[in-house]
Design a protein around this ligand. Sequence first.
Ligand code: ZN
Length: 272
Amino acid sequence: MAKLVYNTEVRKRGYDWYNADEYSERLNIWDLERSDLSKRVKAGVLKRMKEDYAENFLLAPIDPSITAQRTIKPMDTNAWVSFYRVAEKTKVGTDKPLPDDEIRAELLKFFKQHGIGVGHSIDFKYMRESLVMINDLYLARDEKNMEEVYRILKGSRMENTNFDFNHIERFYFDIKAKLSLTDEGELNMVIEVVSFFDFILYDFLFSKGVLQRWFICKHCEQDFQSSRKKDYCSIRCKRRTAYERQLSKTIGKKLTKEQKAKISEAATRRKK
Ligand SMILES: [Zn+2]
């Protein structure tokens, strides 16, 4: 089973909010893929950015240079919990939220700890909406009101995400699959979520059983789904493992595959 991740970089000096002009300057240094773009293209991008993000702020590294101290890593599972804490602390879900500059400061702390995707534009207005949304989702789920959870997920607030609800009952994440070769010479596939809030939603939905996660059974090695972490797909596999462990203790060494197969065959016959 391929793992679903959101890759981030965590900069020691952290991030700050910038207007479109300042952001664009930083982005040209930060995102190396942009260095190939012509001046004309860059100017065009900036013009559109100024229109899209007028009176808004965008998140970028304080020091965007390639030599700045940074760590590349997938965003932690359960990052949604700290994102929800920001919502709680800034009271965005109430009629007395903290002022925007204080919300921005709390978000900076979050991103300094969890990092952001290289060159991914994260703007304040959208992050503020995202905080309200994770707050509402959390409360609805806490009340076990799944209809409300579904209604929020399908709500108009989601227009800006990569979630696609247009006229369809199902929704999708934007993801991309990446193949790589490991040091052991094996092919490895990672599936990447391409935006920050998609990852937060995905992370939230798969935690505590709104959606079920996939696991691999330690005994029969089959994929199975469960709402919480489990080692075995069934009680049968769990018992079989315990039985084999007991048996190998008696014999004094690990059982071979053939021995295991024989035991399992015998057990099936006994059942009949
Ligand atoms: Zn199993």
